[in-house]
Design a protein around this ligand. Structure first.
Ligand code: PMP
Length: 307
């Protein structure tokens, strides 16, 4: 094991793990990429440093400044880790549907957290609008813009995509991911299709999100949107499959109980979609499902004792 200079060097290099006991019988073999093993507990650790560096390079963020972001929680943790190492302050704006565990977590890293109602994007109280206004009004503050900055998908093109290709020795038939910003699915999708245009990219989408429509409220956190973000390249997605909150949360509980893998609701939805794709799969190669975050974020809701 190498000795790392800072925690940021420990981001990435997550394992692929084969599923055995949930689902079945499937024709294809399903691997999950366990992003919970990043030091901040999610796939968004991969973009924290990249977003900060992009803001520094464009001159928007100066030494000792304040990082501002609209986040479902995980990007906040990724940014907070990088901000701690680099000496920045943090303010995060979080919709009130997010689990209390995630909000406590952001405060544990020393961030200021503003909680706003979970309202559509054109509402002035929407978390992205509030975060932009805060970045304009606080001296030395810069909006990170995970929904607009190419640094987001680029981080997955540079790290997550190559990790999948190398670990499977190029034997990947399909990748299944969700889309919040779309950074994950676009970065990985582009990298894998650059290596082999035959790799199928499957988007898992909460019922109520725009990618499978029609738009309505849903409980799954971190993925699903009511608009198409700039950071999503929808042309790379071969097909979208919808998954309900109930199915996603039931699958998250099954993964903990039958595979020993504790992950969140978006991971539950992604595995449910991956297992369905595997059932009538005709092509060679692994189906790789991207599991974005740890179930420790959801002890108060998905994993409540009575659930
Ligand atoms: N699931 C969870 C729990 C997340 O926090 C995120 C990030 N918003 C995603 C899925 C989707 O990732 P991306 O933003 O890269 O599309």
């Amino acid at each position: 094991m190498p000795i790392y200079d800072t925690v940021l060097e420990a981001v990435g290099g997550t394992p692929l793990i084969r599923l055995h006991r949930v689902g079945g019988p499937e024709r294809a073999r399903v691997l999950v990429k366990l992003e919970a093993l990043n030091p901040g507990g999610s796939i968004k650790d991969r973009i924290g440093l990249a977003l900060i560096r992009a803001a520094e390079q464009s001159g928007r963020l100066k030494p000792g400044g304040t990082v501002v972001e609209a986040t479902a929680g995980n990007t906040g943790v990724g940014l907070a880790m990088a901000a701690a190492v680099l000496g920045y302050q943090c303010i995060f704006v979080v919709p009130d549907k997010m689990s209390p565990d995630k909000i406590r977590l952001l405060r544990a890293y020393g961030a200021r957290v503003e909680i706003v109602p979970d309202v559509p994007r054109d509402d002035p109280q929407n978390y992205q609008q509030v975060a932009r206004r805060l970045a304009d009004s606080v001296p030395g503050a810069a909006y990170m813009g995970q929904f607009e900055q190419t640094a987001n998908p680029d981080a997955h093109y540079r790290t997550t995509g190559p990790e999948i290709w190398e670990a499977t020795h190029g034997q990947v038939g399909a990748v299944v991911a969700g889309a919040g910003t779309g950074g994950t699915i676009s970065g990985i999708g582009r990298y894998l299709k650059d290596q082999n245009p035959g790799v199928e990219v499957i988007g898992a989408d909460p019922v109520g999100s725009i990618f499978t429509g029609p738009v309505a409220p849903f409980l799954i956190e971190g993925m699903g949107e009511d608009y198409y973000p700039d950071t999503l390249d929808a042309d790379l997605v071969d097909r979208w499959e919808a998954c309900s909150d109930e199915e996603a949360f039931a699958m998250a509980r099954q993964l903990a109980r039958h595979e020993g893998i504790l992950v969140g609701g978006s991971s539950g939805a992604i595995v449910a979609v991956a297992l369905k794709a595997a059932r009538d799969w005709e092509k060679p190669g692994w189906i790789v499902a991207m599991l974005p975050d740890t179930g420790r974020n959801y002890l108060a809701n998905i994993f409540r004792e009575d659930s």
